[in-house]
Every structure is written in structure tokens, then in C-alpha cells.
Write a protein that binds this ligand. Structure first.
Ligand SMILES: *Cc1c(COP(=O)(O)O)cnc(C)c1O
Length: 382
């Protein structure tokens, strides 16, 4: 009998989700508002330490609203890392703005701070300064919000942190995303917690969140008839999905602990192989290890694609590191600053299965396959 498929990062559902969804249905708040959404927002704010949270239909919607309320308009420039998921970047296009891509740093895989600083200075000199910067907490790596905020302040750009992958990560004891004007989360199906689809916007700034909330509900003016002065979006999270999110969030610390233990196990067992290393540690950070990412040296026996195919052959899902945006046909005319690091991480990285399905037995199977392919032939021959 074939082994059941092991997914990269599948959802994990308990009885608690069923109970809260039933409660939501019984309440008849089957709408994009209701007590479960309110409770989910309060729980998100409490957990992340932000005073204001707004639950939305996706992480992409959260980023779009962030740019809109920060005043990004058609023709504006927005700096984003090239090494990210497309969801970080399409909100720039939704606003008719222009993405300027910047390379990542090999030391933490986050947008290169020095390159960002120099780029913002140059864009200002050109007379078209960047309106905003989106820093992405790649694979859960929490960025130093104070560092990036100082750079952005110097050049008059707003700072958004795309924390879609870093829920549960901390830096110096604080949750990921602090220091930004707005921080965005995603609860898509493969994230560390999920509402099937969903997202949230977090901020210290009550006025920004109030405005985002209004725009997320078709920008209705609060009068008895429907009155509209400007256009908004239908971006609110459903109350039913809020119930799922509330149940999921109760387990976040266990999930972080489990993913971190799995990453440590991969690194202990495979990190000693010649030519194999892992995504770097950030000092004073607790990374949620959303995905465990291995890095293959160029001269190693088998590269990430061979390993991915060997795992796929036994029904185990692994995936390349995000393909950089400046290598995408969609962005062939966009400006790119640097690019060597992003291209290198894409060529050499592999995301290993990181969900709760990876028990000791699955871990043994995965490690045996990687070991067999990567180990030098003289070391395996008798
Ligand atoms: C998942 C993700 C998003 C988008 O979130 P959705 O909820 O899928 O819209 C944005 N940025 C990054 C880095 C992501 O991983």
C-alpha cells in the first residue's frame, strides 16, 4: 500500500475548531462580522502585543489595505525584497504603484539593510522617493523592526512588515513586526495557523486601523442608508472563519515549539553532511521555523531538485525556495537592485516538510533519502 502523502505544511485541525464553528453557526452570525471575528481580533492583539488588530479575508488583502491607508498611490514607488512570495508584491500593483526590488542578505535572508538604505537615498535623489517599504519575514525570520524603521524614517518612507510567515516568531522577546507602521499576517492553508483563507492587519496606530476597517467594508459612511464618498473593498473575514482562527490561535505556542524542534532535528541529523547547511539563526530571535529550509553547496553530489524528486517519488512534498520576483516574467521590466543572493538561495535552497505529519518515522525516511543522495559516493560504498 502506498504511503499517505506527506505535505510541506498542511493544516492541523482539532475538536476545538468543530466546537467553535458550531457555536458560530448556532449564533446565526453567518456573515463577515460577528462575535467570533471580534474575539479572534482581541486574541490576535493580545498574542502579538499590538493594541489594534483587524481580521481580513487574506494576507494579500491586509497588505493591500496597508498600502492604501499609508497613502501609496498610482505612480508611487514601493521597495520590496525580490526573494518573497508574490502575495507580498501584487498589492503594489493593485495600487498602480511601481515595485523596486532589492536583494536579500545572506546573513539572515531578509532584505539587505545597507542596500535598502542606499536605494532609498538614490530614489530620493532622483526626485521620486519611495512612499513605502515592505520588509518580509521570510520563512519566519523576524526582521529587526527598529533597524528598518530608522532607515525608512531617514528617507521618509512608511514601513510595512509582511509577517505572513512569522506568526509566533519573536525578536528580543517581542512578537515579530513591531517597529512598523503596519504589520500583516496570513492564515492561508499552509501557514502556521490557518482559517482556510484569511489574514490580519496589526498596528499601534488606532486611526490607521479604523480607516482600514472602514475600507475593508466597502467604505460605507455610517448612516442608515448606504452612502459612499470613496470606494473600499469587501475584505472582512467571515465570522465562521473567525471561529476557526480563534481555535487555531489557542495552539500557536505548541505549533511553534513543534516546528522549532523539527528544525533542530533536521539540522542535527543533516547539518553535518558535507555541503549541507540550513537557514541561518538570527541573534536574539526565536524563529517560528514555519518551514525548515536546507541549503545545498554548489559542488554537492545531488542538488535540491534531485532531492525534491527523490522525496516526491515516495509521496513526500518538498519545495524550492521562493523564485525571486526579478526572475519572474511578470516583473521582467521592473527595477532590481543587486540579486546575487536571492538567485543563489533560489538555486540552492529546499524547504523540507515541516508540519505535524513529520513524526520520528517520517523524519527517518526523509533524512535517509537526503543522506543517501548527498553523501559522497566513497563514503557510502563498502
Ligand atoms: C502567504 C503569504 C502572503 C499572502 O497571504 P495570503 O493570505 O495567501 O493572501 C504574503 N506574503 C508572504 C510572504 C506569504 O508567505
Amino acid at each position: 500500500m502506498a504511503n499517505p502523502r506527506i505535505f510541506l505544511s498542511p493544516p492541523q485541525i482539532s475538536e476545538r475548531e468543530y466546537d467553535l464553528v458550531r457555536e458560530a453557526l448556532d449564533s446565526n452570525y453567518v456573515a463577515p462580522l460577528g462575535p467570533m471575528v471580534d474575539r479572534f481580533e482581541a486574541a490576535l492583539a493580545r498574542y502579538t502585543g499590538f493594541p489594534h488588530a483587524l481580521a481580513l479575508s487574506s494576507g494579500t488583502a491586509a497588505l493591500h489595505l496597508a498600502l492604501r491607508v499609508l497613502g501609496v498611490e498610482a505612480g508611487d514607488r514601493v521597495v520590496v525584497p525580490s526573494l518573497t512570495f508574490i502575495g507580498s508584491v501584487v498589492p503594489v500593483l493593485y495600487q498602480g504603484a511601481e515595485p523596486i526590488f532589492v536583494d536579500s542578505s545572506a546573513k539572515d535572508w531578509l532584505i539587505d539593510a545597507d542596500m535598502l538604505d542606499a536605494t532609498l537615498a538614490r530614489l530620493a535623489r532622483e526626485g521620486r522617493p519611495a512612499k513605502a517599504v515592505i520588509v518580509v519575514d521570510l520563512y519566519g525570520q523576524p526582521c529587526d523592526g527598529a533597524l528598518y524603521a530608522a532607515i525608512c524614517d531617514r528617507h521618509g518612507a512608511a514601513l510595512v512588515v509582511d509577517a505572513a510567515e512569522s506568526l509566533g516568531s519573536t525578536l528580543r522577546g517581542r512578537h515579530a513586526g513591531h517597529g512598523a507602521q503596519i504589520t500583516c499576517l496570513s492564515f492561508n492553508g499552509n501557514k502556521i495557523i490557518t482559517t482556510s483563507g484569511g489574514g490580519a492587519l496589526l498596528s499601534d496606530d488606532e486611526a490607521l486601523v479604523r480607516r482600514a476597517r472602514n475600507l475593508s467594508q466597502q467604505a460605507r459612511v455610517p448612516v442608515a442608508h448606504y452612502e459612499h464618498v470613496e470606494f473600499g473593498y469587501n475584505y472582512r473575514l467571515s465570522n465562521i472563519l473567525g471561529a476557526i482562527g480563534l481555535a487555531q490561535l489557542e495552539t500557536i505556542e505548541d505549533r511553534v515549539a513543534r516546528r522549532r524542534a523539527l528544525f533542530d532535528a533536521y539540522r542535527d541529523r543533516l547539518g553535518g553532511l558535507p555541503g549541507l547547511s540550513f537557514i541561518p539563526d538570527i541573534p536574539e530571535a526565536r524563529c517560528n521555523r514555519w518551514l525548515s529550509v536546507a541549503l545545498f553547496d554548489k559542488n554537492v553530489q545531488a542538488g535540491p531538485e534531485e532531492v525534491r524528486l527523490a522525496l516526491e517519488a515516495v509521496n513526500i512534498e518538498a519545495r524550492a525556495v521562493w523564485k525571486p520576483m526579478h526572475m519572474q516574467p511578470l516583473f521582467r521590466d521592473a527595477e532590481m537592485v543587486g540579486g546575487r543572493v536571492a538567485e543563489d538561495l533560489f538555486a540552492r535552497g529546499l524547504c523540507l516538510p515541516s508540519g505535524a505529519q513529520v513524526d520520528d518515522d517520517v523524519l527517518d525516511r526523509i533524512c535517509a533519502i537526503v543522506d543517501r543522495l548527498v553523501e559522497a559516493p566513497e563514503a557510502v560504498s563498502p
